[in-house]
Design a protein around this ligand. Sequence first.
Ligand code: FAD
Length: 471
Amino acid sequence: MATNRKTVVIGAGVGGAAAAALLAKEGYQVTVLESHPFSGGRCASMVKDGFKYDFGVHMFSRGERGPHGRVNRRLAGNLAWVTRDPACRVMGRVEFDFRLDIRPLLRQFGVARKLGVRTKNYIGAFRLMRSLLSGRGVEANDAVSLQDYVSRFTDDDMVHLFMNCLSQLYFALSYRQASAGEFVWCFSHMFNDASFGYPAGGSGRIPGSFLQAFEKLGGSVRFGEATTRICIGNGKVMGVETASGHHDADVVISSAGIVRTLDLVGRQHFPNEYVTRAERLGYSNAYVTLKYALDRRVIPYAVVFHMPSLPPDRVFDYVEERRPPDDPYIFMPVPSNLDASLAPEGRQLVVAGTAAPAGATPELCDAILDRVHAKVCELFPDLKRSIVWQLRSTRLDATELTNHAAGEAIGMGQTPGQVGRLRPELATPVSGLWLVGADAGSRGIGTEMASGSALNLADRLMGVSGPAPVK
Ligand SMILES: Cc1cc2nc3c(=O)[nH]c(=O)nc-3n(C[C@H](O)[C@H](O)[C@H](O)COP(=O)(O)OP(=O)(O)OC[C@H]3O[C@@H](n4cnc5c(N)ncnc54)[C@H](O)[C@@H]3O)c2cc1C
């Protein structure tokens, strides 16, 4: 495809920012239109009283070795990473440090022992680990649930509990809902890369650094400018409309999500089957989060992973039953332990989150967060008296950010029937209109799926042939 084409990218989240910069590098004339006055979408960072906190509860499974690193290298950008070993403190029913690299067999033995796997189940647990690390059988297991996949190897309670919590961490879905093929893909890449990490300067540096490279290449970003319509003529994209008028474009790339993109174009421009399928796709759960600004360093770990004391397959029943959890699973990065510049000297920034039902009411979000707060205070009793301020983000904030009613954390659910070959394609039936971001054309975890999607899109537009080379 010829370059120097006039291109509009809708959205300056990770997917839009990466796509815009990669295409600008190839000579496309790209303008990014972002409805908010800031970049990053769900991966934005904000500042309050000298604390720089993330909108989400973000960690990055593959750090610089994953798609964010690949985008950065292609752009010769300045995104820098922090990794810690141990990567994480597991707490709750059992308590131990989780090492960054679990490929050595002795480490796997250590994890099994500390997790409390019953001795008679060791062989099954090792076979499961070997199978996950091998990365084999991804497509063969795309249509299998992760719960069924794990059950092929073992019925050990602690293995099931760990896998269920990891599934909620990766996909914002329980292991009953998640695709095993997608999980195998993500697990094998995460643990073979062994570079779980966090960007220096906060999560917002990922889209921020992509946009910096983009602007250096001559691209322009227009903040506070929502696309209100994607214009079509003779079955081809002609441009977009915003409150400031019409923007001509030969190529429009939307990171607004497939259904919102249909709204912007008008369903009459698409085949019925495409519209019906798009409207039937399901989303991940939402997440609710607490941000704590503390007047001292209370938590010594980089990340805390709290596993509830509940039967393994019941841990996330509360999401389906739309009630608060009895004992919440909590993912809790401590960003200022990863990069001290994210909090004023001697202070600490802590972020804690858990899953909530898509579309949860404000009352339910608050009730879930009350349980999270109580558990965090139980785990770290000094935290309560060290709070300078705390903020809550709920499903409603995600809805406001994305304009998606579900307020889903990740995007399109990574469930059987919605992953791999069945994930929405980057190309749409309308010539010149493409999708990008966590909802389309890639595999991976959250933001990494969004960057992976942008890499695949750039390769597609530049004529690198073959099926989407998600790596
Ligand atoms: C609480 C929480 C925790 C998470 N934890 C992790 C994690 O640990 N690791 C991880 O990798 N991922 C995590 N994620 C998921 C990750 O943040 C998302 O999957 C990813 O950021 C999605 O990126 P995107 O570019 O596809 O979409 P978005 O981030 O939604 O970006 C889309 C952008 O498009 C803009 N836009 C939409 N419509 C229009 C329009 N009409 N006109 C102009 N602009 C428009 C939006 O304002 C937005 O900026 C988490 C998310 C949340 C909410």
